[in-house]
Design a protein around this ligand. Sequence first.
Ligand code: C5P
Ligand code: MG
Length: 286
Amino acid sequence: MIPELSNPSVCMRDPQRVQEILQSMQKAGSNTLQVISDFDMTLTRFAYNGKRCPTCHNILDNSKLISNDCKEQLKELLNTYYPIEIDSTRSVEEKLPLMVEWWTKAHELLVQEKIKKDMLEVAVRESEAMLREGYQLFFNHLYEHSIPLLIFSAGIGDILEEVIRQAGVFHSNVKVFSNYMDFDETGLLKAFKGELIHIYNKREGALLNTGHFQELRTRPNVLLMGDSLGDLNMADGVQDMENILKIGYLNDKVEERKQSYLDSYDIVLVEDETLEVPNAVLLYLT
Ligand code: C5P
Ligand code: MG
């Protein structure tokens, strides 16, 4: 049906079920569709030429806006907590408080750095952040078909907006739920706004934004894209959902995590740095 679903990176527990969901969504039409996607390591690349690409946090951590001392401390946090994030032997219950600890400590460190709002643009420009191959088609196609795209990220909203702005794809159909920086009247970072979004509370984040999903209630068909099992909850606020197709990027610790990804995502993309499959799905649905 969609030739790209035979790509070597594609794994599906139940291809027949995927086909049924796709057919049902196609029949309903693109005016019933909404897309909900994670940002870091889903819309952005995990690696390029064998080297890890930065998350929103890493863009800042590695930038010249941060002192060397703070860089060291942020790196230590990354080395401590990232292995926990991707550890398939620990339960979500066990990981959740540790993830809150990671985000909280990192944000506290960042706030001490007197980061200037107008320097974020430079930090992003000088970073190695990269959207996945095929991003132009992905963003432009959704825009041209007036399909709403919600980017739901536990990263930093100000940074991710800048990444898509500099890539020329921050169109009017894009809405972002994320952690936003709060600047004082002189433009210095003083805190992060609102409730913290980390990888395991996207359900709560979704339920705080009922207004958004209320506006989209005529779009009960959802394409969800993520790279963490916590991303599966991003659509929990969708009203009267009819169909959901979940595409999951499995970037790291492939063998240990494959079964759990196959059990929860309809389509699993193993070490696939492109948006080829989501794009093919979108072209089929529109
Ligand atoms: O956009 P997304 O929800 O994927 O953003 C979360 C990602 O940010 C996590 O996968 C985590 O590895 C990363 N992170 C980071 N530095 C932090 C906190 C989170 O790189 N201080
Ligand atoms: Mg992610």
